[in-house]
Ligand binder design. Structure first.
Ligand code: MAN
Length: 385
């Protein structure tokens, strides 16, 4: 890990009002964040669950005509896959146990939240968003804020785009990456005359592990020129002990790499002197019985002029779940970076913790860049989860 210079939990779900009676807010996490004109704007993913419990039934929420309704399904007609997901036995399809919308928050110093909306700022709408909207990422380009977000429905998991000039009125541009694709981040500058994004296609018939890809666009709506950019690690560590010795989080029994199960872009890339810096997430299974795995954050550098070229990535994660709010919550042991900025000598990263909280962490930018260029960084603070 890279030493944390500053770290703070900045938003907790228990401070938020639910969007309608009968629901409780269980998560305020995975925020899209952008600093502009002295204000830091946040779009927070707010997850809600139905409060009432009925013996032998589960309540599955969905958006319908501007409201959230629940369907009561018999508990013996579903299989619980993890805290977030159940599978319906009758057709094999999955459903979420909670439903998310996006809420605007503002801060003057980027750390303390001065305002958060009491109601959804962007609520699920239309058939692609029936089971909620999640994980916004914000990019300021061409004098507008562009927000990518994940939309979930029986059509699958897709990524859609919304833009705004003022965080008061929003224009929907529809689905830009069809199912299954998430973790779409738009670069803050055009490269070679094109808008550029990283995205994460996912296959139901995997020939390999999920990978981060890059695409080009002329208008931010139509994307093509797709290329693979970053896959799961093969760090070269001979076994789990060697990886732990180097200070990386690792599995006790299985893969020795912290990002061996999944990778996905985290924050929209940040321009640095050495290239585009991408803070991404990766997950691995710490134990055989783990359903979801541990999510950590990693750092990688890409060429300015050809962002599909990976210059290098840090072998070890820069952030692993360590604090109480990262290790305990709706989904324990998750750090999920969704925004980053350079402030003087610091790299500021905003992230979701345990699919419950929003937190901020600061690192020395130089240390992050050296960790990437040197491969694995110092042997301090080795943690095996
Ligand atoms: C997925 C998404 C994220 C979530 C992580 C960990 O990548 O659903 O929203 O934070 O899993 O649960």
């Amino acid at each position: 890990m890279i030493p944390r210079l500053f770290n703070k939990l900045i938003l907790s779900p228990d401070t938020l009002k639910p969007s309608q009676p009968g629901f409780e807010v269980i998560g305020a996490f995975n925020p899209g964040v952008i600093k502009h004109g002295g204000t830091t704007y946040f779009l927070i993913r707010v997850a809600e669950m139905f409060i009432e419990k009925r013996d032998g039934y589960v309540a599955l929420p969905k958006a319908q005509d501007g409201k959230i309704v629940v369907e009561w399904i018999k508990a013996d007609e579903i299989t619980v896959l993890d805290e977030r997901i159940v599978r319906l036995k009758r057709n094999g399809f999955i459903r979420l146990t909670n439903i998310s919308h996006l809420r605007l928050a503002k801060s003057r110093d980027g750390v303390n939240i001065d305002y958060i909306s009491d109601v959804p700022t962007i609520a699920p709408e239309g058939s692609y968003e029936e089971f909620g909207i999640e994980d916004p990422r914000i990019t300021y380009i061409d004098n507008k804020f562009y927000i990518t977000y994940v939309a979930v429905s029986s059509h699958g998991i897709v990524t859609a785009l919304i833009s705004t000039e003022d965080f008061m009125s929003f224009e929907r541009h529809g689905v830009i990456f069809p199912t299954e694709n998430k973790d779409v981040v738009i670069f803050p500058e055009k490269v070679g005359g094109n808008y550029v994004s990283f995205h994460r296609p996912l296959s139901a018939n995997p020939f390999g592990t999920p990978e981060i890809w890059m695409a080009h666009s002329k208008d931010l709506i139509h994307w093509g020129h797709n290329h693979f950019v970053l896959g799961a690690s093969d760090s070269g560590f001979k076994d789990a002990a060697a990886l732990a010795q180097a200070g990386c989080a690792c599995s006790r029994r299985r893969a020795t790499d912290w990002d061996s199960l999944k990778v996905g872009a985290g924050a929209p890339p940040v321009r640095t002197k050495d290239g585009w810096l991408e803070i991404y997430h990766g997950s691995y299974r710490a134990h055989e019985e783990d359903k979801v795995g541990v999510y950590c954050a990693g750092a990688a550098l890409f060429d300015f002029d050809a962002p599909n070229n990976l210059i290098a990535k840090a072998k070890c994660p820069m952030l692993i779940p360590q604090t109480d709010y990262e290790q305990q919550g709706f989904l324990p042991s998750v750090v999920f970076p969704t925004a980053a900025a350079v402030e003087g000598k610091d790299l500021v990263v905003y992230y979701g913790a345990a699919d419950t909280y929003t937190a901020i962490v600061k690192f020395s930018l130089e240390t992050v860049l050296s960790a990437i260029k040197d491969g694995c960084h110092k042997k301090t603070g080795s943690v095996i989860l």
